[in-house]
Write a protein that binds this ligand. Structure first.
Ligand SMILES: Cc1cc2nc3c(=O)[nH]c(=O)nc-3n(C[C@H](O)[C@H](O)[C@H](O)COP(=O)(O)OP(=O)(O)OC[C@H]3O[C@@H](n4cnc5c(N)ncnc54)[C@H](O)[C@@H]3O)c2cc1C
Length: 404
């Protein structure tokens, strides 16, 4: 029986482990945390992510858990519209969806079936790329298989063994995300958009309604409002309560519902992330050896900034592509060939989306490394932003699963 080890049970690892198991692989899934749990907050799933979910056979319950992202615009902190609602990113036809991370996680766990040997509390520290068989170790046990899938995120422990020159580089911003469940969502006036973005002086605040407006539970089991705030600087070391106070101060006076949402947020709702990307994206996402080899999926292979909301969608594309390329491969030359095909199909795509996301970030927020200044940025906004966003969104969603 063909064997695979998947390291990391985030969205990339869960999607990959389930899809391999469903095509007859014996899969061991190794996760550092004591329990496999979803991240907090919500994901925007662009049509490419939905197509990938379909290709993986995981989209059946999507209608019940996801809601279309309401048309949104972009404002300045003084309330003036930079881009009126509906003029950006929705121009690509199919609307993006928003889904609670826990709902998506439940679908992935169901998709693992009972074939995957899941071992939580296992932190992988090394890989042996030069051995005859792919292998990883937590310092106590060596796990060997025909195929090792590194799905251990932006700060992967496996990637440095395979491609040491690719490192996570910060963009000079930190991001916070939170999800306010329906029963705690403040009552908002009817003229407040259900989804929107405000930009000013390197700061950004985006909110999106999940489920029916004003309802604790609309068509989904977990309705509420998700928001993401971005601010210049490094990760904040203070406890969540103090981070929340800082956010309330930085975004004070911004157009509604920013203040209402920050007031309704509790410290436990907050998740802080360093904004950055992998540089360079590895020259190959596959590393072969006589029986098969290693592949990088998700953020382990192509961590990127969050400005296009594409990281998880691309992780799903990775899983769907790997599913297709290794489906009929047998250990040895055909498996090595299959994982090289995976890299050939994925790398140009992720390089392109990462570059677009970087560019959008430098226009939206300015770049700490000699990017556009505030004045120039404002001029660029009015003239170029709608076109730039539309083109970036159109390019990012332009993906179809490889055919068998
Ligand atoms: C603010 C923000 C908003 C975002 N919004 C969106 C969005 O709306 N839509 C979208 O598509 N993308 C979005 N993204 C991107 C998305 O969150 C990531 O791209 C995605 O979660 C990456 O998934 P992953 O499985 O590759 O990595 P991770 O989610 O990082 O999972 C890695 C897993 O590996 C485990 N692990 C790590 N190291 C080890 C080890 N040594 N041994 C064993 N296990 C290990 C971890 O515990 C974790 O479970 C956003 C990102 C940010 C920062």
């Amino acid at each position: 029986m063909r064997t695979a080890i998947v390291v990391g049970a985030g969205i990339a690892g869960l999607a990959t482990a389930g899809s391999l198991a469903r095509t007859g692989w014996k899969v061991t899934l190794l996760e550092r945390d004591d329990r496999v749990r979803p991240g907090r907050g919500a994901f925007v799933l662009w049509p490419n992510g939905v197509h990938a979910l379909r290709a993986l056979g995981l989209a059946d319950g999507l209608d019940g858990i996801a809601t279309p992202v309401p048309p949104s615009g972009i404002r300045r902190p003084n309330g003036q519209w930079l881009i009126q609602p509906g003029r950006t990113r929705m121009a690509t036809g199919e609307r993006p969806l928003i889904v609670h991370r826990e709902d998506l996680h439940d679908a992935f766990i169901a998709g693992l079936g009972d074939q995957v040997d899941l071992r939580s509390g296992t932190t992988i520290r090394t890989a042996r790329p030069r051995a005859d068989r792919p292998a990883v170790s937590d310092g106590k046990t060596i796990f060997e298989a025909d195929l090792v899938v590194a799905a251990d995120g932006a700060h992967s422990a496996i990637r440095p063994r395979l491609v040491p020159e690719s490192v996570f580089v910060t963009a000079g911003y930190a991001a916070w995300r939170a999800f306010i469940p329906g029963y705690r969502v403040p009552k908002l006036p009817a003229d407040i958009p259900a989804s929107g973005e405000t930009l000013g002086g390197g700061h950004r605040f985006v909110h999106t309604l999940l489920g029916e407006r004003g309802a604790a539970a609309g068509g989904t089991s977990r309705a509420g409002i998700a928001w993401v705030a971005t601010a210049p600087g490094a990760l904040r070391p203070e406890p969540p309560q103090m981070q929340l106070s800082l956010l309330r101060r930085w975004f004070a006076g911004w157009p509604a519902p920013t203040g209402d949402l920050l007031a309704a947020t509790e410290p436990d709702d907050l998740v802080q992330d360093d904004v950055g990307e992998l540089r360079p994206i590895p020259p190959s996402l596959a590393f072969t050896n006589p029986t098969g080899g290693y592949v990088l999926v998700g953020d382990a292979g192509h961590a990127m900034t969050h400005y296009l909301d594409q990281g998880a969608c691309l992780a799903l594309e990775d899983a769907a592509t790997l599913h297709q390329t290794v489906r009929d491969a047998i250990p040895g030359r055909t498996l090595s060939q299959a994982i090289e095909d995976y890299s050939r199909l994925r790398r140009p795509r992720v390089v392109k989306v990462a570059a677009r996301s970087r560019r959008i970030g430098s226009v939206l927020l300015g770049s700490s490394a000699g990017g556009l200044g505030l004045r120039a940025r404002n001029v660029a906004m009015g003239r170029f932003l709608p076109r730039l966003l539309d083109r970036a969104a159109a390019e990012a969603v332009d993906w179809t699963p490889p055919s068998g």
